[in-house]
Design a protein. Structure first.
Length: 502
């Protein structure tokens, strides 16, 4: 596009004019495309509604088709099959093969091939299905002279030929029928948003919600939640509706805000119907007959494991401690608590470093540049220094792990560590993993804020069961003990060190 530029125009003016001209062109092309499709669909619908029944099928035998469709008066002169579905499966990616018994006598077997958009029809065994004006049918006589009435019948329906109505019957307008020839989903949504055009915001929102619901139904490997739906919307659905979105002057953010209220409805229905709101183990736990307690473990030493309810698999595991070089030179009463952390005594396998008495200016939960960037500078400095001390005492960096309750705290600690081989991760990322020495940063000190992880018994169980020989928890006990599970945990730890400002 070539346009003369006025001397008074700024770069912003030029960009604005260019975007406006592009938007007008997109709107014009979209409207023209929709009108062209609608005209073609209506022409096909008219042929369907007024054609002679004898010429509309490729008859290979003498067969009487039923009629009298009360819900579709305009189709009374057309041809219709009505059958009960007995079997269906996909033979190809875009083809659904259906076997049914012809109504009303249920003596003739009908084979139906649904292709194109019709291959996604939501069928169920026992559904009554009406097929109007399919591409053609063939009657194949039985090889037995006595079973001629059981001859098979074969029909084909695709995007250009035929119309499929699945029970329960829904009265829809002839305009919707013509729309359905090139988009069955749009036909259904038009009935929901009657009077809406293709460029109507309600139509676009309904279309997006429908596609999200469809995607959630198909997905079988994950739990459907708001995060999954939002990710699916931006990655799979938004690119396909971008032109319509521009045409009605919506932004991705405004469209997201419109569909978000439906997330709760979708997730609750999917998780309830598919049983995804209860994990497999939780489901089994409801039946005592499926519960078997495992009473041996091979990860943690005898001090670390579950309060005597489990036994160590062997003596080596039971007595495992950390090897410390020159341990006789370590003062157990060190002011920083490192002496207790470096102790090789089996009784000192679990240590709580309590920062409640430390200065709030150093050991306080803070928020970084972004809203979710929560960290604790004092805990980060303490843990980085402790890791360096372990390495100086010849503990391998690969045997040291640091676990945090907030992702941003991991970033802060990583930047302070001298050895990149020390792994720093969140509790969730450590699931199924283990380290000889595990140091946990609780971060949380703010009495006006809640920490979801610290109130979750399952995630705390993961956190405290990652260590093989030494577990060191660094945190503000007075704040964290307000969570029931943390209060129980702190009461079970015999060795505590109250840290003061270093």
């Amino acid at each position: 596009m070539i346009r003369a530029i006025k001397p008074s125009e700024t770069l912003d003016d030029q960009v604005t004019l260019l975007l406006n001209s592009m938007r007008v062109r997109v709107e014009y092309e979209d409207q023209a495309r929709q009108k062209r499709k609608l005209r073609e669909a209506k022409r096909r619908a008219q042929r369907l509604l007024h054609m002679d029944g004898e010429d509309s099928f490729e008859n290979d035998g003498d067969f009487m088709l039923t009629s009298n469709v009360a819900d579709f008066p305009s189709l009374l002169t057309g041809n219709k099959l009505e059958l009960v579905v007995t079997e269906f499966h996909k033979t190809k990616e875009d083809e659904l093969f259906v076997i049914g018994q012809l109504c009303p006598n249920n003596e003739t077997t009908v084979r139906v091939f649904l292709r194109g958009a019709w291959c996604d029809s939501p069928l169920q065994i026992g559904y009554r299905v009406k097929i109007f004006d399919p591409q053609g049918y063939k009657i194949k006589p039985s090889t037995s002279d006595t079973q001629e009435a059981d001859a098979d019948m074969e029909v084909h329906v695709d995007d250009k030929h035929g119309l499929v109505i699945i029970e329960p019957n829904v009265l829809i307008s002839s305009t919707t029928i013509s729309q359905s020839f090139y988009c069955q989903r749009k036909a259904v949504l038009l009935e929901r948003f009657r009077g809406a055009s293709a460029s109507n915001s309600a139509m676009l929102i309904g279309n997006c919600v429908h596609m999200l619901f469809q995607s959630a139904l198909i997905e079988k490997t994950v739990v459907i939640d708001d995060k999954w739906l939002l990710d699916k919307f931006y990655k799979s659905i938004l690119p396909g509706v971008a032109i319509q979105m521009i045409g009605i002057k919506m932004t991705p953010e405004s469209l997201e805000n419109e569909i978000k209220p439906y997330f709760k409805i979708i997730t609750e229905w999917i998780n309830h119907e598919e049983g995804m709101n209860v994990s497999l183990l939780e489901g089994l736990a409801y039946n005592d007959g499926f519960m078997v307690s495992l009473n041996e473990q091979y990860r943690m030493n005898s001090t670390l494991f579950y309060a005597g309810r489990m036994t160590c698999g062997n003596d080596e595991v039971a007595s495992r401690t950390v090897f410390i070089e020159n341990k006789e030179n370590i003062d157990p009463l060190q002011r920083d608590g490192f002496g207790l952390c470096l102790s090789t005594s089996l009784d000192d396998s679990v240590i709580l470093i309590d920062t409640s008495r430390c200065s709030a200016s150093k050991f306080a939960e803070r928020v970084g540049g972004a809203q979710g960037d929560i960290f604790n500078q004092g805990e980060a400095v303490y843990i980085a220094t402790l890791c360096t001390t372990f390495i100086e005492k010849l503990v391998s960096p690969c045997d040291i792990g640091v676990m945090v309750t907030y992702k941003y705290q991991a970033k802060v600690i990583k930047e302070m560590l001298e050895d990149s081989r020390i792994e720093v991760n969140t509790v969730d990322q450590y699931q199924g993993r283990e380290k000889k020495v595990m140091i946990m940063s609780l971060v949380h000190t703010d009495f006006n804020r809640n920490c979801e992880l610290l109130s979750d018994p399952r995630r705390i169980n993961v956190a405290v069961s990652r260590a093989q020989a030494k577990l060191i928890i660094v945190g503000h006990s007075e704040r964290c003990r307000h969570y029931f599970v943390m209060k129980e945990l702190f009461q079970s730890i015999p060795k505590k060190f109250i840290l003061s400002d270093m």
